[in-house]
Ligand binder design. Structure first.
Ligand code: GLA
Length: 381
């Protein structure tokens, strides 16, 4: 990828660019908890975005996407938003940096990536983090703190891409470290690295290749449900700022004040926040059976209470259970994308073979299999 990017950069701009990269992410457990002030447990992966970048001495950005085979040119003022959807991520990062008092000047860039799009592996966070990191390095002497870089990516989603996401993806993509998952408390910003080398197990992602058209509006709607439930609980328990602050019992107290739908969403979230802590404890004991069981519970919640799964993902989850796979669940925002599976090594090959065969038979297209390695996040190469 590196050679291709540099080659294109040279042919377009007549010199070499400086190389930066960042990563997509997985999340072992803790889904839809981030915007509720709860815990998440992600790690960066060996699929990412790479970019060659060089200041160009103007006030314009020229950025070329190798994957879309397209150039976008834009200025750095609010009204200069580019028309290409992919370029809005780069533009948003520049704008959010400037809004925070940072410096961004014109630059040339070429980038490419291997994070599968729409698979729930956060290709967009990888793109935002690559550019946030680069802009900090090239124009701000690396003075913007890492957590702020993640927030720049998150605000890009909010203000330029229409997704009211939490902080998990951008956090993982910036803070990711080889061989470690990171437990983040999304309310306080405290985090802890957990070495993750499950002996005798593998992590396998199965991509249903299903993409939900309305995923971002459905996502925003889930967030609204949670905020409504939290606001109602706050009336009785003023210490509740986020749903993650609420006890399960407190939710029952407002049962007839909120819709049944909002109740179920909130019930899922409160359970999920606790499951992250349980999984971290289990990992410290090398108790992968408990980790896996929690993953199944998460899937149940995401499917029946939070309703962000789909037929294809439920099918893969059920098959995993039937084949005695240790843990399996839909990963990321949902509405399509992948299941993440914790599989005993001896079961690995037969599980994949069976999943591909049965899935293809039922849905008429093959799922994709990704073997992920927990890797470093944003960096200069
Ligand atoms: C998407 C969002 C994240 C998070 C997950 C669900 O990936 O970008 O902030 O909410 O969904 O856990």
């Amino acid at each position: 990828m590196k050679a291709k990017i540099q080659e294109k950069f040279e042919s377009l701009f007549g010199e070499e660019g400086i190389l930066y990269a960042s990563a997509g992410r997985i999340n072992l457990i803790g889904e839809h908890t981030d915007y509720n002030g709860g815990y998440v447990f992600p790690g960066a992966i060996n699929f990412g975005i790479m970019a060659a970048i060089k200041p160009n001495g103007t006030d314009k950005v020229k950025v070329y996407s190798l994957d879309f085979d397209q150039m976008s040119e834009f200025g750095l003022k609010e009204e200069d938003k580019p028309k290409e959807a992919w370029a809005c991520y780069v533009f948003g990062v520049c704008r959010e940096t400037i809004k925070r008092g940072g410096t961004v000047k014109g630059f040339n860039a070429v980038f490419a990536g291997d994070v599968p799009l729409g698979a729930g592996l956060s290709s967009s966070a990888a793109l935002e983090s690559t550019f946030a990191y680069a802009v900090n390095d090239l124009f701000n002497d690396n003075k913007i703190e890492k957590f702020e870089l993640a927030k720049i990516g998150q605000s890009t989603e909010h203000n330029y891409c229409g997704v009211k996401c939490g902080i998990m993806d951008q956090f993982a993509s910036i803070f990711g470290k080889e061989g470690a998952l990171i437990r983040l408390n999304c309310k306080t910003g405290e985090y802890k690295y957990f070495p993750f080398h499950p002996k005798g197990y593998k992590l396998v992602l199965i991509d249903s290749c299903v993409k939900h058209e309305l995923a971002s509006s459905a996502y925003n709607k889930r967030r609204e449900s949670c905020e409504k439930a939290a606001a109602e609980i706050k009336k009785l328990h003023p210490e509740v700022d986020f749903l993650s602050d609420a006890k399960r019992l407190w939710l029952d107290e407002v049962r007839d004040k909120i819709s049944q739908e909002d109740f179920l969403r909130a019930e899922y979230v409160i359970g999920e926040v606790q499951r992250v802590l349980d999984v971290c404890d289990a990992l410290e004991r090398d108790d992968y059976e408990t980790v896996g069981e929690m993953m199944y519970q998460t899937h149940f919640g995401l499917s029946r209470l939070y309703e962000v799964s789909c037929e294809e993902l439920d099918f893969l989850n059920k098959l995993a259970r039937k084949m005695d796979v240790t843990g399996s669940r839909v990963m990321g925002g949902g509405f399509g994308g992948c299941t993440i599976n914790l599989v005993k090594e001896e079961l690995h090959d037969i599980f994949i073979e069976t999943a591909v065969e049965k899935f293809t038979e039922k849905f008429g297209h093959a799922p994709k299999i990704y073997e992920v390695v927990i890797s470093d996040g944003a960096r200069k190469l």
